[in-house]
Ligand binder design. Structure first.
Ligand code: NAG
Length: 212
């Protein structure tokens, strides 16, 4: 037990050191943080080369792997990248830790999915699943919320049911990697993630999701 908690402390310290030394867009740092918190291989088979810039209300920028609260992430964030303006992109946000990281029997929960984004104008993309914030159930610990950006080879026809922000349809047991494979998206060109655990905003998210 003592050994285990020491190990956890060391892991936490490593994490802090890495956070302190992160320089955005350094591919070795991206790789390290994605592997340390096991987004690789739980969600994607290999780490992307670039961080994706994600900003929530009140200029709150997502620092890779850092903890945010469900209250802070309740509204759709700004996601920015240096786009090729002739290209289309797909953006995915997914939680591999449903209902918990220990027993992820519903891995993954689809939080947001927008395809055919022209350049970096998300508002002009096709919303396949509308954004819903984090709703980690009470007592299930930290969940990882992963943003993945894919560059499409061309405009795509998505054969997916469209899901509003008041519906769970098609959200549990999603697999970002399988989706990417189905539509030939290749590997993500940029990614980011935060972690969150239950707070008093979660019941509101759950109510919203069963509201249709
Ligand atoms: C849900 O979607 C509706 C319609 O687009 C929007 O007005 C509302 O703000 C959204 N709610 C949340 C919590 O994102």
């Amino acid at each position: 037990m003592r050994l285990m908690s020491n190990f956890k402390t060391i892991k936490a310290l490593c994490f802090l050191c890495i956070m302190a030394s992160i320089k955005a867009n350094e591919s070795s740092e991206v790789k390290h943080i994605f592997e340390l918190l096991e987004v690789v291989p739980d969600v994607i088979p290999s780490a992307p080369n670039q961080f994706l810039k994600v900003t929530y209300d009140n200029a709150l920028e997502v620092q890779p792997g850092a903890e945010l609260t469900p209250t802070q992430v309740k509204s759709q964030p700004l996601v920015e990248w240096a786009a090729d303006h002739d290209a289309f992109y797909t953006l995915i946000m997914t939680d591999p830790d449903a209902p918990s990281r220990r027993e992820p029997t519903f891995r993954e929960f689809k939080h947001w999915l927008v395809g055919n984004i022209p350049g970096n104008d998300i508002s002009q993309g096709e919303v396949l699943a509308a954004y819903v914030g984090s709703g980690p159930p009470q007592g299930t610990g930290l969940h990882r919320y992963v943003f993945l950006l894919y560059k499409q080879a061309g405009k795509l026809e998505f054969l997916e049911e469209r899901v509003g922000n008041n519906s769970r349809n098609g959200r549990p047991k999603f697999r970002a990697a399988a989706f990417a494979e189905k539509y030939g998206l290749g590997e993500p060109v940029a990614a980011n993630f935060y972690q969150a655990q239950w707070d008093e905003y979660v019941p509101i998210v759950h109510k919203q999701l069963s509201g249709n």
